[in-house]
Design a protein around this ligand. Structure first.
Ligand code: PNS
Length: 159
């Protein structure tokens, strides 16, 4: 079985993330969305909320699972018996950081490969941070995130 992990912070999941998940789910038998528990950074959503939002928007994808992890990504890979990391690339500016992470993960475990998928051009400007800023200052986040999580974001921003 070809199983891949798509890791990230997903605070919150965007349409760009969802596009990569859907495309990856066509290429791999199983895709595990790995949500990093980052103790150093307080997010908009806590880890359980992020996992639930992703589960909600991927519920029609039968080969997609969502798991949270802390520490090293390669530990999640071992736990889930996956050998492929999927990352989305939006622009050249993403490359340096992603290149470094891919090499580091391969150094930590040489059996791990990172596969990059080009973002859909439609979402090349999109990030979770931008979504949070737009929502915070009253802009419209329709088409930036899945419709079914817009109310959750608006409630959180208002808290
Ligand atoms: O959505 P993000 O914040 O760009 O995702 C980055 C993420 C979570 C994939 C990456 O920071 C990660 O996996 N961190 C866990 C620590 C780790 O494994 N580091 C080794 C590679 S440098």
């Amino acid at each position: 079985m070809k199983r891949a992990v798509y890791p990230g912070s997903f605070d919150p999941i965007t349409n760009g993330h969802l596009d990569i998940i859907k495309r990856a789910a066509k290429v791999f038998d199983e895709v595990i969305v790995g949500v990093l528990v980052n103790v150093e950074k307080k997010g908009l959503f806590d880890i359980d909320e992020r996992v639930k939002l992703i589960e909600r928007v991927t519920k029609s994808l039968s080969n997609v699972k969502v798991r949270s992890y802390d520490g090293l990504l390669i530990n999640l890979m071992k736990q889930e018996e996956a050998k492929v990391i999927i990352k989305g690339l939006r622009a050249v500016s993403d490359f340096e950081y992603e290149f470094q992470m891919a090499l580091m993960n391969n150094k930590l475990d040489s059996t791990i490969e990172t596969v990059f998928m080009m973002t859909n051009a439609q979402y090349s400007y999109l990030s979770s941070s931008a979504v949070k800023q737009v929502a915070k200052f009253g802009g419209c986040i329709k088409e930036l995130v899945p419709d079914e999580i817009i109310p959750d974001i608006m409630i959180k921003i208002g808290e």
